[in-house]
Design a protein around this ligand. Structure first.
Ligand SMILES: [Zn+2]
Length: 244
């Protein structure tokens, strides 16, 4: 089970007790962490925010995802500078004595997966477009080949973003994901993406008990705490993950 623990000043929500790595999400109070549009070299405000998270989590450098709503997977190097990566899954080798590198990835309502094996960890952006491309399954495949991981030993936390009952979708989602994943509620179709991602990860050999969904929050319902694209927010929260 994942425990969610807010930071004292309310700037972060930490995910505790399921993975060996540390992870969490920034809140509305921490402010906008959008990385969709501008690379760091043209975005000093974003660099400042990311540097602040690195400092607060005890890291020296950060690696930031610029999501493409596609299925690109990047492996960051344990470098001595802050970097941007155009991809929807960003991974890092844990290394030995290489602590101090932080992974960051933005979310508005999209589910995010924090994934860990013995030698590495990563963040997967898995909104419906990436989920259609099976990005979680592809990332597991890369963890197996790149980190020599065994699927039954990989663990993951899923941040649900917008929860199923709040996520209204069109009938085309039945073509995308089948009637087994799309349901009818109060006059429209809905899909529980976190549940779908969990199923995809199990199909790739992960064990159900190694996948935990953060059940307490929904970016749409808890719009007082988190930015939500469906509520019209242009701002984004950041998922962060790093070695202890
Ligand atoms: Zn909700």
């Amino acid at each position: 089970m994942v425990n969610t623990v807010p930071s004292e000043n309310g700037n972060f929500l930490f995910f505790k007790g399921f993975l060996n790595i540390k992870s969490g999400i920034t809140t509305r109070k921490f402010g906008d962490c959008n990385s969709y549009y501008l690379p760091l070299c043209k975005n000093p405000a974003a660099e400042k925010k990311c540097t602040a998270i690195a400092k607060l989590t005890g890291n020296n450098f950060f690696h930031r995802m610029i999501p493409r709503h596609n299925d690109g997977i990047c492996f960051a190097s344990n470098s001595n500078e802050n970097c941007d990566y155009s991809c929807d899954a960003l991974a890092l080798y844990k290394g030995k004595g290489k602590a101090g590198n932080l992974l960051l990835a933005p979310t508005g309502d999209c589910p995010m997966v924090i994934i860990e094996c013995e030698r590495g960890f990563g963040i997967i952006h898995s909104g419906y477009k990436c989920a259609r491309l099976n990005i979680a399954v592809k990332t597991i495949g890369r963890f197996i080949s790149f980190f020599s991981a065994e699927s039954e030993n990989i663990k993951a936390i899923i941040w649900p973003g917008i929860r199923g009952d709040c996520y209204e979708v069109g009938p085309e989602f039945i073509d995308y994901f089948g009637t087994e994943n799309v349901y009818w509620l109060n006059g429209s179709f809905r899909i529980d993406l976190a549940k779908l991602i969990k199923k995809q990860m199990i199909s790739a050999g992960m064990l159900a008990h190694n996948i935990a969904i953060v059940k307490k929050y929904c970016s749409f319902c808890n719009n007082d705490l988190f930015f939500s694209a469906r509520r019209g927010d242009k701002e984004r929260n950041l998922i962060f993950a790093h070695t202890p």
